[in-house]
Design a protein. Structure first.
Length: 176
């Protein structure tokens, strides 16, 4: 079960991001690969297991100031906002369905408190999540069918890939 404190932190940060509209068409460019980065690795507190790396992935900053990545879960892909302040992966209902995840209304539970009251969601563990060859197994997530406008790629994935750095309008993920 997800730690309530982690989920609340995710929701507070995520709610702030939802106030900024995403520009259409941004963040869909294929990531570029370069040589390994030299930044210090963040501490991995996610409990996720890293299974494979893929060198360095560079994501350009979108027009809205955020970074987006095409994220594969199993054989399906969703475009997500890379959110270094989110503790876990948070999926919109539409993205969860597109990724092949299902739930029933009876599965919904209070997973946090937002400005409008209780936030209902479904805790989940994603067997494997991949971004441009960076794969992490057993990724903590939550499906939030209502109120989340963009899925968030949080620390339950990012902590498993090693390095994350931002410089010169680019986000760099991992290195081998």
């Amino acid at each position: 079960m997800l730690n309530r404190t982690i989920v609340i932190a995710l929701l507070v940060f995520g709610a702030a991001l939802l106030l900024v509209p995403r520009a259409e068409g941004d963040g869909n460019a294929a990531p570029a690969r370069d040589a390994p980065a030299d930044a210090a690795a963040p501490k991995d507190t996610s409990g996720a297991a890293r299974t494979a790396g893929a060198g360095k992935t560079v994501l350009p900053r979108a027009a809205d100031g955020h970074y987006y990545a095409d994220v594969r879960v199993g054989s399906r892909t969703a475009n997500m906002l890379v959110d270094t302040g989110a503790s876990i992966v948070a999926l919109t209902g539409d993205d969860a369905r597109a990724l092949g995840l299902s739930w029933r209304s009876a599965d919904l539970q209070v997973i946090g408190q937002g400005a409008g009251g209780n936030v209902l969601g479904v805790p989940a563990v994603l067997p494997e999540v991949e971004v441009d060859g960076h794969r992490v197994r057993n990724v903590q997530a939550a499906i939030i069918p209502d109120g989340l406008h963009v899925s968030l790629l949080g620390q339950s994935f990012l902590g498993g890939i090693g390095r994350v750095e931002i410089e010169n309008g680019r986000m760099v993920l991992g290195s081998s």
